[in-house]
Design a protein around this ligand. Sequence first.
Ligand code: ZN
Ligand code: ZN
Length: 180
Amino acid sequence: MKLLTYADRAVALVNTDDHGAGQDHLQCGDDVCRLLPDGWRVSHTVAEAGLQELREARPRLRRVFELAATGRVERATDALNKLLGDFPVSASISDHTTGWHLHLSDEPQGPARSYVTGAAFGLAYTIAERGPERLGLCDALPCRAVFVDTTTNSSRRYCSDRCATRANVAAYRARKRGDC
Ligand SMILES: [Zn+2]
Ligand SMILES: [Zn+2]
């Protein structure tokens, strides 16, 4: 697994709280099963047991995105360092595919714990490798979904094509109104 892709876990977890639609997609064991990577094959009981931990980590991860996306880098990294302290990483090295690479080890406390540990690590690794400006917050209100900006010039503003279209249409209408 590419270490940068661990950040995708943070994005997926934070975005289960859909501000734009006013819907929370992390409320039961089934929601946890949907969130966890397919290969994990977690039983419903285990998924249910991890719900609380995921729900508690979610606003903490969101906070890191919000602070980083609004230029409050020091506070973002403080918040992230607290998460890393609470969810310390254990790693192993493997050559099961082509060449030696690092994996984060499964946490003995269970899959929810492993998931959050990976998510926090992914944000830390992204900031260290690519810079805090890579953590983004969708500009198309009321959507407040988060994303990791992988564009070459760090120019991404929206979480999705749908939000980009919506924002462009709104801007076009506003311009038109201004013309009248
Ligand atoms: Zn591997
Ligand atoms: Zn959006």
